[in-house]
Design a protein around this ligand. Structure first.
Ligand code: PGA
Length: 257
């Protein structure tokens, strides 16, 4: 891990009612109370945002949304905008998760606008990028990452790029238990950092790049120790305070070493 503050974010996806979210956070807060050296976030469904913002106030856990629309308001039934999220004191938002791209038609073009709009609203974006299994087998991983990172950062100033977090999530590793090898994760994350450097040299040492895809308490220490990996975006293993807490612990140990 680098000199950047490690960042462990749990992406609940479409899990947890408000009651279940409250139960989770009651279990997590005492576990991460002293995790000073690590930034911790939970990315929760819209319906649990207000409850989680209230329950985490004054703690070290930040609350993120999982998506948002790029317009401030309008005739977009079912959508939620950046001003609506920041009004709730939400800290940030996940943008371009592969499930949003795959099932809900999220495009790179819309994402370029969403990243800009999120930053303008004071929300910290986590931009997700990653290749499919076919793309990796065809040798197209770098081409895909270059395209997604360049499009996602297209409208940002160099100062804005310093504020962004990019999560490298190979799609074949998401929810499959098939984690990237340390070498695959390191190579791809370093490549993403090189792309950031091409666009904004001053941002490359500051912007954080996370790994995501089947991160668990068993493999977290090895992944988080990789030189370019600044943290993890955790799906399934973030649903339980015990296993998510263990991943935060792994980051605390590495930050202290
Ligand atoms: P997973 O999900 O940890 O369950 O593989 C990661 C993600 O989708 O962000």
């Amino acid at each position: 891990m680098s000199s950047r503050t490690p960042f462990i974010a749990g992406n609940w996806k479409m899990h947890k009612t408000v009651a279940e979210a409250e139960q989770f956070i009651a279990g997590l807060l005492p576990r991460v109370y002293s995790a000073d050296a690590v930034d911790v976030a939970i990315c929760v469904p819209f319906t649990a945002l207000q409850a989680m913002v209230d329950s985490t106030r004054g703690s070290r856990v930040e609350v993120f949304a999982q998506t948002m629309h790029e317009a401030a308001k309008g005739a977009f039934t079912g959508e939620v905008s950046a001003p609506m999220l920041s009004e709730l004191d939400v800290h940030g938002v996940v943008l371009g998760h592969s499930e949003r791209r795959q099932y809900f038609g999220e495009t790179d073009k819309a994402l370029a606008q969403k990243v800009l709009v999120a930053l303008d609203a004071g929300l910290k974006p986590i931009l997700c990028v990653g290749e499919t299994e076919d793309e990796r087998e065809r040798g197209d991983t770098e081409r895909k990452l270059r395209h997604q990172v360049q499009e996602g950062l297209e409208r940002l100033s160099p100062e804005q790029i310093t504020e962004i977090t990019i999560a490298y999530e190979p799609i074949w590793a998401i929810g499959t238990g098939k984690v990237a090898t340390p070498e695959q994760a390191q190579d791809a994350v370093a490549f993403v950092r090189a792309l950031i450097k091409d666009k904004a040299p001053e941002a490359a040492p500051v912007a954080r790049v996370l790994y995501g895809g089947s991160v668990s308490p068993d493999n977290a220490a090895e992944l988080l120790a990789l030189p370019d990996v600044d943290g993890a975006l955790v799906g399934g293993a973030s649903l339980d305070p015990e296993s998510f807490g263990k991943i935060v612990d792994a980051a605390v140990h590495i930050a202290a070493s």
